[in-house]
Every structure is written in C-alpha cells, then in structure tokens.
Design a protein around this ligand. Structure first.
Ligand SMILES: NC(=O)c1ccc[n+]([C@@H]2O[C@H](COP(=O)([O-])OP(=O)(O)OC[C@H]3O[C@@H](n4cnc5c(N)ncnc54)[C@H](O)[C@@H]3O)[C@@H](O)[C@H]2O)c1
Length: 387
C-alpha cells in the first residue's frame, strides 16, 4: 500500500517568490515540510520563523544529513540548480527543480544521466502544464479533436523589466544564464506547447534584442518583481535579451511563431497560445486561465469555462474546485505536486509521468541552444539532440 503524504519529509531550498508558492502547495497536500535552506543561516532563520517552519538548515550538507528528508525542492537562482541538484541526487533524494533545469545544456545533460543512475524521481517545475484546461487540451489534441496541429502561435509577455531602474539577478548571465527572457519565460511557452501538441521543435529561426542596454543596479539586494526604486545604483551594461521573436518548425511538420518579452507595458504575466488544427483550433491565455476558446469553421466557436464535469479525465483530475470558482497559478503547483508525490509514495517514477522530468528540462535547454545559435548566425538552426 502507498504511504500517506503526511509521512513524507520534504525540504525547500530558497524562499523567494516561487519557494513560498512551493511551500504553500506542499502544505495544502499535507506533506511534512521539515525546513528550508536560504542563502545564509541568518536569512534562513528569519524566513523559517516568518513562514512557520520547524527549522532552517545551515547548509545543503545539513539538509542532506537530515534522514527524514526524502524530497528536496530547488527554488534558488538558476546557476545554483546544477550544483545543488547534483548533490541532492548524490545523496539519494528525489528532487523537484525549478525551471530552467540548468544554465547550460552540458549541465542539464549531466543531470539527466545522474538522475537516471540514481533511479530517483526527477522533476522540472513546468507548472503551466497543470492548469486544468491545459491538461484537457493535451487530451483533446491526443484524441484528434482538432485534427492535425498545423500552426502553433502565441506569446509570453511581462512588463516587470520595462524600466532601466528595474533590476533582478536574472539580468546577470552568471546567475540567470546566457538567455534571459527566453530561458526564464520562453522556456515555459515552449514546454507547454510541445506538451499540448505532443511534438518537439525541430528547428528555429530566432531574433533576440536587448532594448535596455544599460540598467541601474541597486547597491543592495532586490526581491523578484519588486517595484521599489533604490537610492544608490551602479550603471551596468546588459547583454541578455529583453525581447525574442522566434519562428519554429516542429518535427511533425507543424509551424510555429512565438514572441517573448519582459518589457511589454501592461502585460503582467501574459502567456497565450493558439493551436490551429486541420478541423478545429484551441486558444488559451494565462491571465484568464479558466477559459478555453475552441474555434470551428462550419459551426459556432465555443468558450469552455473550466468545469470538471465538462472536461476529460486529466482536466478533471487537475481541478480542485467546481466550475465558476476560478483556479489559478498557485493551484497548478498543487496538481503538479500531487502527481509527483503519488510517485514518491509509491517509491518509483511512473512509466509515463504527467509532469516534466529532467529529460524535458534538458530538451528545453537544447532548444535554447538552437535559439542562441540562430540569432548569432541569422539563419535557421536545427535542434541538435545526441541519440
Ligand atoms: N515555475 C514558475 O512559474 C517560476 C516562477 C518564478 C521563478 N521560477 C524559478 O524559480 C527560481 C527562483 O526564482 P524566484 O523568482 O523565486 O527568485 P527569488 O529571487 O524571488 O528567490 C530566490 C531565493 O533563493 C534564495 N537563495 C539565493 N542563494 C541561495 C543559496 N545559495 N542557497 C539557498 N537559497 C538561496 C534567495 O535568498 C531567495 O530566497 C528560478 O530558477 C526561476 O526561474 C519559476
């Protein structure tokens, strides 16, 4: 018999914007959150108290010395994912790592091998898959309800890096990686649409631009999405992209087009996609996540309001509330973690996990490599996969 979630011990690394969302979802599922690791023991103590956690760990070694911790969530800045995840797998623990899995594809490839050797459950937190309507779309497309997907278009726009006074660790390639807007949010769009269409990107033609070439870095630390202006700043040259426009060819022959931006005034967190198939289309917007547009030619198009009674089994399973009671971003973590911890409780990964694994995280790193190379070369570049 599978164990109860309340018997499973968990630790969380990082307690910033997304670490806190992880923690809240873990609590909703009744998992035993034993403590957190922060950038310093002092910050850890303060955050553990604020968040009502039993303890702060002094170091990653300290986390891994806690025999009750079976699963570690990694929500630290991108460049820390690789060393932290490698150590966690080395200590035989399951791991849920935030996206992007690593800052280079060499690192992500290594983590895929280490995860396979360890036999541990390995997850990349591409949570957008777990909006109930996205689970439903995945089933619709797989069942042929829109015919053959032909054209996949959309965008991921935010505005929180619009001004030259906006600053975050993501702007520094050493912490965030060489691709910024694409690695940070474009990777979500690419993972989601690939998941929905059951397809992979074969080649890209990308154009990246940095519009804000010099930014004012505050002399002190900054919280993600903070809008406070620092009094003392240092001018810093920016090398990572604010905007990307990318043409896509999928392995199936479908074509795609996505725009990614962190400087689109008024767009707070707008991911949109439309998948046009040979018989119908579907379109969705993350800022209105309980509505799915279903386009038809010879009969009226429809808007499906999320409702467990009107979706297939996957959509219904990802829903926690009846229709009309809006479910949003934080709820996707609960559905995703429920799927992951069902496997943890069973003691092994499922044969075809519904969540993104390290292999999926590595796949996005390879697409990002092709995007970077395409913008350098000014031409189409295939996604190179070894084997
Ligand atoms: N899935 C999503 O939708 C989503 C959304 C936001 C962020 N993310 C990802 O989550 C990660 C964190 O992003 P964020 O927005 O929460 O950033 P953040 O800056 O708000 O939080 C990062 C946290 O990590 C802590 N930290 C820094 N160094 C550390 C260390 N050595 N050990 C332990 N903790 C350390 C910081 O103190 C902070 O609490 C990134 O990889 C990002 O891409 C994913």
């Amino acid at each position: 018999m599978n164990r109860r979630f309340s018997e499973i011990g968990v630790a969380v690394i990082g307690s910033g914007f997304i670490g806190t969302v992880h923690l809240e979802a873990l609590r909703r599922l009744g998992l035993q959150v034993r403590g957190l690791l922060e950038a310093s023991p002092e910050l850890g103590e303060r955050r553990a108290e604020e968040l009502g956690l039993p303890r702060a760990y002094a170091s990653l070694d300290d986390v891994l010395a806690d025999g009750e911790v079976e699963v570690v969530h990694v929500t630290s800045p991108n460049a820390l994912h690789y060393p932290q995840v490698a150590a966690i797998l080395g200590a035989g623990r399951h791991v849920i790592c935030e996206k992007p899995l690593a800052v280079t594809s060499a690192e992500s490839a290594d983590l895929v091998s280490r995860a396979a050797e360890s036999g541990r459950i390995n997850v990349v937190n591409f949570n957008l898959r777990f909006y109930p309507l996205n689970q439903h779309v995945r089933e619709l497309v797989a069942d042929g309800a829109i015919g053959t997907p032909r054209l996949i278009t959309g965008h991921y726009f935010q505005d929180w890096l619009l001004f030259d006074t906006d600053w975050n660790w993501r702007l520094e390639p050493e912490q965030g990686g060489a691709l910024r807007a694409v690695g940070d949010i474009g990777s979500h769009w690419l993972d989601l649409t690939g998941f929905l269409a059951g397809d992979r990107v074969a080649a890209v033609m990308a154009d990246l631009e940095t519009f804000v070439k010099v930014r004012k870095q505050p002399a002190g630390p900054v919280l993600t999405f903070s809008t406070e202006r620092a009094a003392e700043t240092i001018d810093r040259e920016i090398r990572t992209e604010d905007v990307a426009t990318i043409l896509l060819r999928f392995e199936s022959g479908a074509r795609g087009l996505v725009a990614v931006s962190q400087v689109s005034p008024g767009r707070k967190n707008s991911l949109r996609y439309e998948i046009d198939g040979s018989t119908a289309a579907v379109a969705w917007d993350s800022e209105n996540p309980d509505e799915l547009w279903i386009g038809r030619r010879d009969e009226p198009s429809q808007v499906l309001l999320r409702n467990p009674a009107l979706m297939g089994p996957a959509g219904a399973a990802a829903s926690s509330l009846p229709g009309g009671h809006v479910e949003g971003f934080a709820d996707t973590f609960k559905s995703l973690f429920r799927a992951v911890y069902t496997d943890v409780a069973a003691g092994r990964p499922s044969e075809r996990p519904p969540y993104a694994t390290f292999a999926d995280g590595h796949e996005e790193m390879l697409v990002c490599d092709a995007i970077a190379e395409s913008t350098r070369a000014g031409s189409w570049v295939p996604v190179t996969r070894s084997a």
